[in-house]
Each structure stands twice: as structure tokens, then as C-alpha cells.
Design a protein around this ligand. Structure first.
Ligand SMILES: C[S@@+](CC[C@H](N)C(=O)[O-])C[C@H]1O[C@@H](n2cnc3c(N)ncnc32)[C@H](O)[C@@H]1O
Length: 254
């Protein structure tokens, strides 16, 4: 029966913590947080979420910031396997949803290969949490019939995306991890057919008390973001749905 599933020793729980606001945790995530004896967590897990961890729970930070990996992915996977084999109730807590640009799939594959039992708990991914809090519906019958999530992160060289597929009309494009590549992304979308006047937003620390929204167009998003000194984590939302932000924005922050 849902809600009464035990949280078991020797298991790994791959849990999405949502984009920041602790009230966006699922009931299942909260139940696991209360029962875990060790948590392995990333830098995007909000402070309010971490404050819910029981006092006796061991915390292991393995956060990654672009270009500053504190623990290699292979080592994180090995750590999860070791902790589970030691008999812990292991909470692997990730920002947003574990299966959206979170390497949750790689960690689950490792657990399968090692024979470690696991559960995956979805979280509110940044795109849905932030669009709701910024007043930007991802789809709307007057604006967009499809929505695409893409990553703007590339270790080296230019961002390698299917630009023609992203530059389609009546579509919303959400770019994760794109802050350092805004000008390049905007230029590619324009080169592949989107008008320069296409509305575009950048939302920093969405759903958190200091959420900050920049509304612009593809032509000037990079300049406006630079003028506002926007640093990660921030999400780009591109498409005419962005024009709804002034009307539908409701979140005042803290
Ligand atoms: C490694 S990805 C992880 C995505 C996560 N698994 C999810 O489902 O939201 C990190 C990127 O998500 C976006 N992101 C996550 N939380 C955010 C927030 N509160 N505000 C703005 N962007 C956020 C940013 O683009 C950030 O660079």
C-alpha cells in the first residue's frame, strides 16, 4: 500500500528533492528523509530540505558545480554500493528529479550491476517548479504545443544540440545548465530560424526566497543576464509563453 512502504537497511533511495522550496518534496521523499541513516547529497539540494534530515543522519556532500567536481561520478557510485552493503538506509538526494540531467540513470545502473536493491522517487524538476513559480506555463494552447528540455552544459567546445529541432515554432525550450553559454545558445536558435524577438527568460534560484527572474528576448538575454550578474543555478526558458510572466507571476519570494 502506498505510503506504508518500509525504508529498508541495505537499500539505496534515489530521491528528487525538487528545485529548492522544501514544501515541494513528495510525501515519499519526506518519509525516506526521516528514516535515512546516511544521506549522500548534491549542492542543489536546498538548505530547508537538508534541515529536515534527522540529527543522527550522517551527511556526505558529493556536490558538483560545473568545472569543480568534488567527487568523481564513479566514486559516488562506488560509495552508494559500499554504504548499502554496510547495511545503511542510504538516501541519495538530488536537486530536482533524479532522472532529469541528474545522472540518476547512471547510479541506478551501477546499483543493478552490483545487485543492490533500490527505489527511485521522482522530484519536481527545475523546469516545472520554476515555470510555476515564475508565472510561465510551459505549454499553453495559444503559445506552445510542445516543450523540450535540453542541457547547455558541454565540457569542452561548442554546445552540441539539435538546433533545428529546438528552433521550431509553437514550442517552449527549457535549457538547464546554460548560464555560461547564453549568447551561444541564443545565436544558434536565431541562426536556425527563431526570430530575435522571441521572448526568453532566465530564472535564478527558482522557488527559493531570493528567486530572480530576467525577462528579455533572444537578442538581449545574454546582455541582461550579464548586467544582472546572474550566476548558476539558473534556468533558461525560451518561447512566447514567457510573455505571460508579468500576468501570471505570483511568487513574491521570502
Ligand atoms: C545538474 S542539473 C540538475 C537538474 C535536476 N535534476 C532537475 O531535475 O531539476 C542542474 C541545473 O538545473 C537547473 N536548476 C536546478 N535547480 C534550480 C533552481 N532552483 N533555480 C534555477 N535553476 C535550477 C539549473 O539550470 C542548474 O544548472
Amino acid at each position: 500500500m502506498s505510503g506504508s512502504r518500509p525504508v529498508q537497511p541495505g537499500w539505496v533511495y534515489l530521491v528528487g528533492a525538487g528545485p529548492g522550496d522544501a514544501e515541494l518534496l513528495t510525501l515519499r521523499a519526506d518519509a525516506i528523509i526521516r528514516a535515512a541513516d546516511v544521506v549522500v547529497y548534491d549542492n542543489l539540494v536546498g538548505d530547508e530540505v537538508m534541515a529536515r534530515m534527522p540529527a543522527g543522519c550522517t551527511r556526505i556532500y558529493v556536490g558538483k558545480k560545473a568545472a569543480n567536481h568534488s567527487m568523481r561520478q564513479a566514486d559516488i557510485c562506488a560509495l552508494l554500493v559500499r554504504l548499502a552493503r554496510e547495511g545503511h538506509r542510504v538516501l541519495r538526494l538530488k536537486g530536482g528529479d533524479p532522472y532529469v540531467f541528474g545522472r540518476g540513470g547512471e547510479e541506478a545502473e551501477t546499483l543493478v550491476a552490483a545487485g543492490v536493491p533500490f527505489e527511485v522517487v521522482p522530484g519536481v524538476t527545475a523546469a516545472s517548479g520554476i515555470s510555476a513559480y515564475a508565472g510561465i506555463p510551459l505549454t499553453h494552447r495559444d503559445h506552445a504545443q510542445s516543450v523540450v528540455f535540453a542541457t547547455g552544459h558541454k565540457k569542452e567546445g561548442p554546445v552540441d544540440l539539435d538546433w533545428s529541432a529546438l528552433a521550431r515554432p509553437k514550442q517552449t525550450v527549457v535549457i538547464y545548465m546554460g548560464v555560461s553559454r547564453i549568447a551561444e545558445i541564443a545565436a544558434q536558435l536565431v541562426a536556425h530560424g527563431l526570430p530575435e524577438t522571441t521572448p526568453a527568460a532566465l530564472v535564478r534560484r527558482g522557488t527559493l526566497p531570493d528567486q530572480f527572474v530576467v525577462v528579455a528576448t533572444l537578442a538581449d538575454l545574454a546582455d541582461k543576464a550579464e548586467a544582472a550578474s546572474i550566476k548558476p543555478p539558473a534556468l533558461m526558458i525560451i518561447g512566447t509563453v514567457v510573455t505571460m510572466a508579468p500576468t501570471l507571476g505570483w511568487f513574491q519570494g521570502g
